[in-house]
Design a protein around this ligand. Structure first.
Ligand code: C2E
Ligand code: MG
Ligand code: MG
Ligand code: MG
Length: 277
């Protein structure tokens, strides 16, 4: 019943999921095989200090190209993986690939300044094996936990806030950086936010998009930044496409940004050549 209920929810709220059952099953099988065969890829998007344009970190974003389906958007295959119980395996692959890349940069004498951010799905956060997985992979590649920033969406704290907060605290104790992704879209209460040991808030792209023309969005962005400052949290804005957005954010006190203005997500090779050499 639960699985069926979940499927219905996705059909209702995610238009991209409105394909027929057979093709979704087919896509799920292909994704599962791609994970097994190491055929996913991580792209890297620069995170910069707005004032200087200097690189301060990067976000790893999962990419999947299928021979039949072509490029499938993570907006489609991540929810599919969650729905089909594959997100644990996919997440494991992402952690492994991210650490392999950090080790490769280190070994080439090209370390990333700042942290590499990886996205952690809410089901991964609910899984007690996450900590073990991280420890094993980090140890094997000789990577320090402080080199990773785990991006957890605000909505991860909706289901079981106590469990999510406990896991986040444990990760913090282990030395991982923690960011709340898509902030402002998750209906999580400020009471939870106060208890959760995040370092950074990522302001969701939906508020950035029209912040120069929509006074409500501008007010929301301003309020999020002020709140973060009062709680002692860093802020990073996602989805910056215009110079004027970057300038407005900086005036409001947000120092970090990520967006097409600075760089698109790039393959490891392109990212390395463009930002690290
Ligand atoms: P996210 O974590 O919020 O990632 C930011 C998304 O915004 C990325 O989309 C990125 O390409 C896009 N973006 C960055 N700058 C701009 C901009 O200036 N304009 C616009 N229009 N978009 C911009 P992407 O790569 O398609 O990923 C979508 C979502 O899929 C991510 O949102 C994240 O929730 C999820 N995702 C991606 N990779 C992973 C992964 O490895 N694991 C998990 N659990 N989720 C992932
Ligand atoms: Mg993210
Ligand atoms: Mg985000
Ligand atoms: Mg997002």
């Amino acid at each position: 019943y639960q699985a069926k209920h979940r499927t219905c929810r996705y059909c209702l709220y995610q238009p991209a999921m409105g394909q027929d059952m057979a093709s979704r099953l087919d896509m799920a099988k292909r994704l599962s095989q791609a994970i097994d065969d190491d055929r996913l890829e991580l792209y890297y998007q620069a995170q910069v200090e707005i004032a200087s344009g200097r690189l301060i970190g990067a976000e790893a974003l999962c990419r999947w190209h299928d021979d039949e389906l072509g490029w499938v958007s993570p907006g489609d295959f991540i929810p599919l993986a969650e729905e089909r119980g594959m997100i644990g395996r996919l997440g494991h692959w992402v952690i492994e690939a991210a650490c392999r890349q950090l080790a490769a940069w280190r070994d080439q004498g090209l370390p990333l300044p700042g942290q590499l951010a990886i996205n952690v799905a809410s089901q991964q956060l609910d899984d007690r094996r996450l900590m073990q997985t991280l420890e094993q992979i980090l140890r094997r590649h000789r990577i320090a936990s402080s080199q990773l920033c785990l991006e957890i969406t605000e909505s991860s704290f909706m289901n079981d806030p106590e469990q999510a907060i406990a896991m986040a605290d444990a990760l913090k104790v282990q030395g991982f950086g923690l960011a709340i992704d898509d902030f402002g879209t998750g209906y999580s209460s400020l009471a939870h936010l106060k208890r959760f040991a995040a370092d950074k808030i990522k302001i969701d792209i939906s508020f950035i998009r029209d912040m120069l023309t929509d006074t409500n969005d501008h007010t929301i962005v301003k309020t999020i930044i002020a709140m973060a400052q009062n709680l002692g949290l860093e802020t990073i804005a996602e989805g910056i496409e215009l110079q004027a957005q970057g300038e407005a954010l900086r005036r409001l006190g947000c120092e970090q940004a990520q967006g097409f203005l600075y760089s698109r997500p790039q393959s490891a090779t392109h990212f390395t050549d463009h930002w690290l050499r």
